[in-house]
Write a protein that binds this ligand. Sequence first.
Ligand code: ADP
Ligand code: MG
Length: 352
Amino acid sequence: TPSKHDTDIHQLDEATVARIAAGEVVERPASAVKELVENSLDADADSVDVTVEEGGTELIRVADDGEGMSEADLRAAVREHTTSKIEGLEDLESGVATLGFRGEALHTIGSVSRLTIRSRPRESEGAGTELVYEGGDVTSVEPTGCPEGTTVEIEELFYNTPARRKFLKTTATEFSHVNRVVTRYALANPDVAVTLTHDGREVFSTTGQGDLQAAVLAVYGREVASAMIPVDADGDDLPPGPLESVSGLVSHPETNRSSRDYLATYVNGRAVTADAVREGIMGAYGTQLGGDRYPFVSLFLEVPGDAVDVNVHPRKREVRFDDDDAVRRQVDAAVESALLEHGLLRSRAPRG
Ligand code: ADP
Ligand code: MG
């Protein structure tokens, strides 16, 4: 008979904990794509090839020519909270240079999919290693012939969490999220050749030659690329505030869309969104854009590391600044002067 000390409260097993946690990191194929592309960029890749099938719900494959991993690295990489990128708290405090640092992506993605990683370290002799991780367990590790770098394949995301799999949207919707993620990273890294292929069709391919204008041409096409004008403001060009520089490309007011998806903004190289930045951009265009219309923008902001917190939630790209008002004014001024210089603004009452 149960005594009064009995309890129904018990510790969950590791596999269950990992599956629940996976929902925090990966909510849909696009979030898995983001994690893999960030890993490739952190591995110093010159090329990143992203291939997805059925919007990423059946297959996601990211192949890079980065640093690669040894067999021991591979075994460690899929364990919980394992990273090569930071040592401890001090590194977090002083600011993290890599895109990843939590050490949870591969482990959690592998707990809700069938994950295959093939890798060979740069300039290594001999074969590489293939590791298969299924539903949270390493099921095979074998030598395999493969090029230098890393290829990660995720098959059937959420196969063992049917409730989550059921919430995935249509192929078209899931792919549009994947496309937006890969586009953001392609525009942020014009020196990396990024290719996106969906269901056997190449969607875009950047050259990796380092030219933002060329990357915009590759991802958005000729009409948009020809409507882009440069923004390049720093020092005295900017009103007082935390931003050290604002640079990139923004479109003619007439070249616009009804979605915010084309506002690609980066803080210290990280793809993020921030209300202050968006409002600054929209303020510069003023009434030149109709209601609910947005320009094409690829804008890079530099701030001192301590003026912005990178330790944001893995899924959220929203950041806040200490002084949002100043950031808004700085972005507005930088974009406005670019538009004015190109005669693209009707004169606007001076603000005071
Ligand atoms: P994090 O990126 O936060 O460190 P991940 O789970 O994404 O955590 O990756 C774990 C580790 O596996 C990384 O720290 C890195 O050492 C290694 N790794 C993952 N992907 C790659 C890759 N494409 N190339 C080289 N190493 C990788
Ligand atoms: Mg990572």
